[in-house]
Write a protein that binds this ligand. Structure first.
Ligand code: SF4
Length: 357
């Protein structure tokens, strides 16, 4: 096993991408990068990572911050539960672990939002602990190396792959080894069309020898996508201010704990349903003043959302307890989703048009 380890580590030393979290051994920053990288591409993470560490340079700064500020700096990365868990975990680290990411695997696993993969990644990279990571990328590489067939996420097979990953782990460089496996999966042994000609471990790969690399792993059946339409109301008063609410449940509450325009999930006849909703819930008589805005698409996990926004000019915004009334587009540090930004952009474009022919 020594040869394959040396070969992959040597390849990683030369070919690894220069990423900001690879220039540090700071457990906080490595943990942050691992959380941001969940479900998100490296290129998208880099700017958010940089601005997040500039604002929250250590776990103490994060623990002290207000939840709104953390969500706001999470910005358009999506999957906001990651940011909420990160914040809660930072508070626990300060309260129970003296401000240092715990070195014990079980203590790391007990933190909100930290699963086996994240715990192993942080402890191996930051502290050099001999813990192998296993995620979709690494599982794919291992399955191809061993020509393993079947659904890799099936519990028995996943456990077997975990044991293989642990056996293969380079004992003297566990952090680099884990990163090398991830890098190989992300850049060479990619899901479609693996580039076996450039692969440093091709000589050990059974799938490549059998000519079945492209067929492994077997495709998983994805849950069906749910299509939905969300009608949103951009109320605007003569001073350009708008109404943002925070919906935590029920119709239109797609962005839990984020500020959003009053919205309603609908299937048809969005304008009249939204007008009814505004009248019932906010006492706003929108009537014939609803200007349809450019529609947009937004995807959240398995939901594909069609945003159908309307600009509604009102003499006065309704007074709603706990609501916010910023100038449209000037949202400062309020945590808002990408969907809300898209709607605001469409409303600003529309409101800039002259209202008379
Ligand atoms: S030889 Fe091909 S299939 Fe095998 S590990 Fe390398 S890139 Fe993946």
């Amino acid at each position: 096993m020594g040869k394959i380890r040396r070969r992959l580590l040597a390849w990683f030393a030369v070919r690894k991408r220069d990423l900001p979290w690879r220039r540090t051994k700071d457990a906080y920053r490595i943990w942050l990068s691992e959380i941001m990288l969940q479900q998100t591409r490296v290129a998208a993470v880099v700017p958010y990572y940089k601005s997040f560490v500039a604002r929250f340079p250590n776990v103490q700064a994060l623990a002290r911050a207000r939840a709104d500020a953390v969500l706001s700096h999470w910005g358009g990365l999506g999957y906001y539960s990651r940011a909420r868990n990160l914040h809660r975990a930072a508070k626990e680290i300060v309260a129970r672990h003296g401000g240092c990411f715990p070195r014990e695997y079980d203590a790391a696993l007990a933190l909100p939002g930290v699963g086996r993969y994240t715990a192993a990644a942080v402890l191996s990279i930051a502290y050099g602990q001999r813990l192998a990571v296993l995620d979709g990328n690494v599982a794919r590489v291992l399955a191809r190396l061993g020509a393993v067939r079947g659904d890799l996420r099936a519990p028995a097979l996943w456990r077997k792959l975990g044991a293989t990953a642990q056996e293969l782990l380079a004992p003297n460089a566990p952090g680099d080894w884990n990163q090398a496996m991830m890098e190989l999966g992300a850049t060479v042994c990619t899901p479609k069309s693996p580039r076996c000609g450039e692969c440093p471990v091709a000589g050990w790969c059974r799938a490549q020898k059998l000519g079945i690399a492209g067929q492994l792993p077997a495709a998983r059946t994805k849950p069906a996508t749910v299509q939905m339409t969300l009608a949103a109301a951009v109320l605007m008063d003569p001073r350009g201010r708008t109404l943002l609410v925070r919906q935590t449940g029920g119709d239109g509450a797609l962005f839990s704990r984020m500020w959003q325009f009053p919205a309603l999930e609908t299937t048809a006849d969005a304008a009249s349903k939204l007008a009814h909703h505004l009248r019932e819930k906010f006492g706003v008589a929108a009537g014939g003043q609803m200007t349809p805005l450019k529609t947009a698409r937004h995807a959240v996990t398995f939901r594909e959302i069609r945003l159908e926004p309307f600009l509604i000019r009102v003499a006065r915004l309704p007074r709603i307890g706990g609501a916010r009334t910023p100038v449209l587009g000037r949202f400062g540090h309020l945590p808002i989703s990408n969907a809300t930004r898209k709607i605001a952009g469409a409303a600003i474009a529309q409101s800039a048009k002259p209202s008379c022919p």
